[in-house]
Design a protein around this ligand. Structure first.
Ligand SMILES: Nc1ncnc2c1ncn2[C@@H]1O[C@H](COP(=O)(O)OP(=O)(O)O)[C@@H](O)[C@H]1O
Ligand SMILES: [Mg+2]
Length: 231
C-alpha cells in the first residue's frame, strides 16, 4: 500500500532546501564582501603604520615599540580573518559540476592530511541542484575528516556511482571502527560530540536522500549516502 504524501511535510522540506541553497550563496557573498571591503581597508591601515614606523626612525624608541606591537596585532588579525574566509570559501558551486566539486575536496584532503584517497567517480554525473552539490560536498568533507582524525589510517576509499535518478556516495576506511550512536528515532543523540555525524545525516535528509553509517569496533567505518538527482 502506498501512503499518500503529507503535503505539509514536503512543503516544509522544500522550504528548508531552498533556505539551504540561499544560505550558502549568501555565505559566499558575505565572504567576498569581507574580503573586498574591510580586509582591504585593514591592509591599507597596515601600510600606513609601516610607513609611520619608517618615518619615526630612531626618534622615539617608546613610540616605535608601541607602533610595532600595533602592527603585529593587525597582521595577526588579518591572518586570522584570511584563514576564516578560506575555510568558508567553498568552491564556486554555481560554476562547477558535482564531479569536479568532489574531486577538489579529495585533492584538498590529500594535500592537507597526506592521507591517500582511492577515488572512484564517473567522469561526468547528471546535473544536480546547488543544494545537492552542497550536501554531498559537506558530507564528503566531514567523512574524510573523520577518517583522518579518528580512523587514522593511511588510505580511505571514496566511491561515487549514479543511476539516472540518484547519486550514491560511499566513504569507507579500515580503521578501528566504533559503536555508532543512534542518529534517528526517539533515542537519537543530541550530544555535541556527535555534531559531525548528525550534520551529515541532516544535510542529506534535507535534500530528500538517505544516510547510513556502518561501523563496529575492529570493522572499520562506512558511510553511504544516496540522494535523488532531482532534489
Ligand atoms: N571514521 C571513523 N573511525 C573511527 N571513529 C569515528 C569515525 N567517524 C566518527 N568516529 C567516532 O564518532 C565520533 C563522532 O564523530 P563526529 O560527529 O564527526 O564528531 P567529531 O569528528 O567532531 O569528533 C568521533 O568522535 C569518533 O569517536
Ligand atoms: Mg567529525
Amino acid at each position: 500500500m502506498r501512503r499518500p504524501t503529507d503535503p505539509t511535510r514536503s512543503g516544509r522540506q522544500l522550504a528548508a532546501r531552498r533556505l539551504l541553497a540561499v544560505t550558502e550563496e549568501e555565505l559566499q557573498r558575505i565572504v567576498l564582501d569581507i574580503h573586498d571591503g574591510p580586509v582591504q581597508t585593514l591592509f591599507a591601515v597596515l601600510g600606513r603604520l609601516t610607513s609611520l614606523q619608517a618615518r619615526l626612525g630612531d626618534a622615539s624608541p617608546e613610540l616605535a615599540a608601541e607602533l610595532d606591537r600595533a602592527t603585529r596585532q593587525l597582521e595577526s588579525a588579518l591572518a586570522d580573518i584570511r584563514n576564516l574566509l578560506g575555510v568558508f570559501r567553498s568552491p564556486l558551486f554555481t560554476q562547477r559540476d558535482l564531479a569536479r566539486v568532489l574531486e577538489d575536496v579529495v585533492a584538498q584532503h590529500e594535500d592537507v592530511t597526506g592521507q591517500t584517497v582511492l577515488f572512484e567517480c564517473p567522469s561526468s554525473l547528471p546535473p544536480v541542484s546547488l543544494a545537492v552539490r552542497i550536501a554531498l560536498y559537506r558530507v564528503l568533507q566531514e567523512a574524510l575528516a573523520n577518517a583522518f582524525r579518528h580512523a587514522k589510517v593511511p588510505e580511505v576509499q571514496v566511491v561515487v556511482r549514479n543511476t539516472r535518478r540518484s547519486i550514491q556516495l560511499e566513504v569507507a576506511d579500515k580503521g578501528p571502527g566504533f559503536v555508532p550512536p543512534p542518529l534517528e528515532g526517539p533515542q537519537a543523540t543530541e550530544d555535541a560530540a556527535h555534531i559531525g555525524l548528525r550534520g551529515m545525516r541532516e544535510r542529506v535528509l534535507l535534500v530528500g536522500g538517505s544516510f547510513s553509517l556502518e561501523s563496529a569496533p575492529g570493522q572499520g567505518t562506512r558511510i553511504r549516502v544516496e540522494v535523488p538527482v532531482r532534489a
